[in-house]
Design a protein around this ligand. Structure first.
Ligand SMILES: [Fe+2]
Ligand SMILES: [Fe+2]
Length: 472
């Protein structure tokens, strides 16, 4: 029987963690907590891997950017759990071990889901099982003794709810056809003893049921887009030529910068491929690269928002996938990383992020200035990430840059090839988009801006120029 105890002067007891009654239950042992936390860590790591692997070939723009976001969140929660497990008398950590073969098969199945619909369905299941078992942990562990774990998981749960809401909507938009796959997924979780391993294991283990993952998963590096990207090989408008030409007004340049931002959707497509096809790095590599990838997805969405704010239909600007497609098919992951680093370092003052920010300010559109302000800040972070994870693979910075430059030189202009193949006519979409912006603003188009005709035709620089606006 607990003594009748009221708090001193009505102050919350136990630093506001919980009531005395709640803390007076024994809860879980350190060993049990570590065992479960390792499983949660494994789940976040696998979800991160799955989402990352599916970004490039996922055509739906909202899902591509959504996966970029969720992959980053999963990487952050895996990172927090690693740190927490390391605080619990756990060397060696064994964080690369698979907690149970059935749990491994469960995530293998989702990774190998053959369509967007099935992927969304499997991912939705994964999130819901994980959330339920984190909730059990939060109820069962002692809120005083294990306050640090509960804090880590509290944040994880907040974001899991948001992820779940997103994927619930995706599931409604892309319903999977009826199949027995959910039974396979459910059986695997049961065989694993639940996500957290608290269900007693079957005495006689039966073979793992697999549907989609009977053969090893093969990564698809080919970027895909939905129907709103109607002319993805178009290189008909040289955004950089316009942007760095002093003759043109800042407001029209702001519109062109929004095109450059939206075009950055190709950076997640190429970074997801680097991350997926570069195994064996320390965990920090995957966390940092996932952050950068998510930033690039945000830069693309800034472009989308800018078009919306200016009353322009962004689908009329032809957003190309030429760059990510070519890096993913013609360069190794290491070479692609080299190209990315080279671009991000190659920002001359004339064409750099400061210039874009100042152009945003000069445009008289505060939203564009905000976008470029944060884009610039993100870019400084990306340089640091490159210095930490790319450059040390070389003797010095010069070699690291030369490697990226050489890799880029391999990728020659394909202007004529894509035209000959009938993939695009390199249509000049700029006048239509510019006129739309002028109409929305209620001003007449500037004839000089309207007459802009420069393209990416016929020089190696076409890709260099495309790149310079991308991540850099
Ligand atoms: Fe960027
Ligand atoms: Fe960047």
């Amino acid at each position: 029987m607990l003594p009748n105890y009221t708090s001193y002067k009505n102050l919350p007891p136990l630093a506001g963690l919980c009531t005395l009654e709640e803390a007076a239950k024994p809860g879980l042992s350190v060993e049990e907590c570590v065992r479960r936390l390792k499983r949660f860590h494994y789940c976040f790591k696998r979800l991160h891997q799955i989402l990352m692997a599916r970004i490039t070939a996922e055509p739906i723009y909202e899902l591509k950017t959504g996966f970029a976001h969720h992959a980053y969140l999963c990487a952050e929660h895996a990172t927090a759990l690693r740190a927490r497990i390391g605080e619990m008398r756990e060397p060696p950590l064994g964080l690369d071990e698979v907690p149970h073969p059935a749990l491994e098969a469960f995530f293998d199945e989702i990774l190998a889901a053959p369509t967007t619909e099935e992927l969304v369905k499997g991912y939705h299941r994964g999130l819901s099982y994980l959330s339920e078992d984190i909730d059990s942990y939060q109820r069962e562990t002692n809120p005083l003794t294990d306050a640090p774990s509960r804090r880590v998981l509290k944040f994880a749960r907040l974001e899991l709810d948001e992820m779940f809401e997103f994927i619930r909507a995706a599931k409604a938009a892309f319903p999977a056809s009826e199949s027995d796959w959910h039974i396979v997924l459910h059986s695997l979780v049961i065989q694993a003893g639940g996500i957290d391993g608290t269900i007693p294991e079957d005495e006689k283990p039966y073979p793992l049921p697999r549907l989609y993952s009977t053969k090893p998963y093969v990564y698809d590096p080919i970027p895909k887009r939905d129907e709103r990207f109607s002319d993805p090989w178009n290189q008909g408008v040289n955004a950089e030529s316009f942007l760095y030409n002093e003759a043109y007004p800042a407001r029209a340049k702001a519109l062109m910068m929004l095109y450059k931002r939206l075009r950055e959707i190709d950076v997640p497509e190429m970074m997801a491929r680097i991350i997926t096809q570069t195994p064996g790095k320390p965990w920090g590599y995957y966390r940092d690269m996932s952050r950068q990838l998510w930033d690039e997805a945000r830069h693309a969405m800034m472009g989308e928002v800018g078009f919306f704010a200016l009353g322009v239909d962004w689908t009329k600007a032809k957003i190309t996938l030429n760059w990510s497609h070519r890096l993913n098919t013609e360069c190794t992951p290491m070479e692609a990383h080299g190209v990315l680093y080279y671009i991000e370092q190659g920002l001359m003052p004339r064409t750099g992020k400061r210039y874009e920010f100042e152009t945003g300010q000069a445009s008289g559109l505060p939203l564009i200035a905000t976008f470029q302000d944060f884009d610039w800040a993100d870019e400084v972070l990306h340089s640091q990430i490159g210095r930490e994870w790319y450059v040390p693979q070389f003797g010095n910075l010069k070699e690291a840059l030369a490697y990226g430059d050489a890799a880029w030189s391999k990728v020659l202009s394909n202007w004529a090839t894509v035209k000959e193949k009938g993939l695009t006519q390199h249509e000049n979409w700029w006048p239509a988009v510019y006129e739309m912006a002028c109409r929305a603003e209620g001003v007449p188009p500037d004839p000089a801006v309207l007459a802009f005709r420069e393209t990416y035709e016929g020089k190696r620089a076409d890709l260099k120029d495309v790149g310079e606006g991308l991540s850099g």
